[in-house]
Design a protein around this ligand. Structure first.
Ligand code: TMP
Ligand code: ASP
Length: 236
């Protein structure tokens, strides 16, 4: 499968059309941004690591009956995907308080939530991805109420699978972000699942092994990403 026209360049990936009209290639870059582009940098080999982790996790989810855009891993940085009509909603699932939940609501970082929290954000960089509810999403014409129900249920099912998978590898799944899209009348999980889009803490030490190391200049960014890759792929 060959890349043809570049469809889009985002902060962490490029997407290319292919000679098959319903397939695209997602190319993972080493570029890293945080706080909606206010902080920029690169993380050596991040693209390779995030592609490997995402392909493994999407394959796991498929094996649990959760449909994703993954077709196959083509190379170190390239993932062959079904072409989605992206739904402009970022679905965040939280198991432990961290990040914007701590800032917005005053939770102590590390508080284990009695029940996972599912949040919806409008996917719009110009507006800084604001938090929204279902009424906002419907009023904006982004998705129907029925589709949003599917997204939330799917996000909870994905959380259950991933929480166990990471716990078996001595990682706490603190929170993560998902994106979905429409394809042939079905809603599929899209984008990526990686240390860019998840918070992952070591089960015993609570050491942060994710993009927070880059966001807050904690050092050891590359080592954290490769440690997650090692644990995710170790039982293969
Ligand atoms: P937050 O605590 O900053 O709202 O982030 C929640 C989770 O979502 C965290 O795992 C990081 C991820 N995330 C993204 O993948 N992209 C984003 O643009 C943001 C803001 C968060
Ligand atoms: N991905 C977002 C950005 O670039 C936010 C983040 O991950 O912190 O800016």
């Amino acid at each position: 499968m060959k890349k043809t026209t570049q469809l889009y360049e985002g902060k962490a990936k490029k997407v290319f059309l292919t000679d098959e009209s319903n397939l695209v290639i997602q190319e993972f870059k080493d570029d890293a941004t945080a706080f909606n582009n206010k902080k920029k940098g690169t993380i050596a080999d991040k693209g390779v690591v995030n592609n490997a982790i995402s392909c493994k996790l999407f394959t796991l989810l498929e094996s649990e009956g959760i449909h994703t855009h993954l077709v196959e891993k083509l190379s170190d940085r390239d993932m062959l995907c079904r072409h989605l009509d992206i739904i402009k909603v970022e679905v965040v699932v939280r198991n432990i308080a961290a990040g914007s939940l701590v800032k917005r609501y005053g939770f102590a970082e590390g508080t284990v939530l009695a029940k996972p929290i599912v949040e919806l954000y409008l996917k719009d960089d110009d507006l800084d991805d604001p938090l929204m509810n279902e009424s906002h999403a419907v009023a904006l014409g982004i998705a129907t109420l029925e589709e949003l129900e599917v997204l939330k249920n799917r996000a909870e099912a994905i959380n259950a699978v991933l929480k166990k998978f990471f716990a078996d590898r001595k990682l706490k799944l603190v929170d993560f972000k998902l994106e979905f899209g429409r394809h042939n009348g079905e809603i599929l999980l899209g984008d990526e699942i990686s240390p860019d889009t998840c918070r992952l803490w070591d089960l015993e030490t609570n050491e942060k092994l994710d993009k927070d190391r880059f966001r807050f200049d904690l050092g050891g960014v590359e080592d954290a990403y490769s440690e997650v890759q090692r644990r995710v792929l170790e039982l293969d």
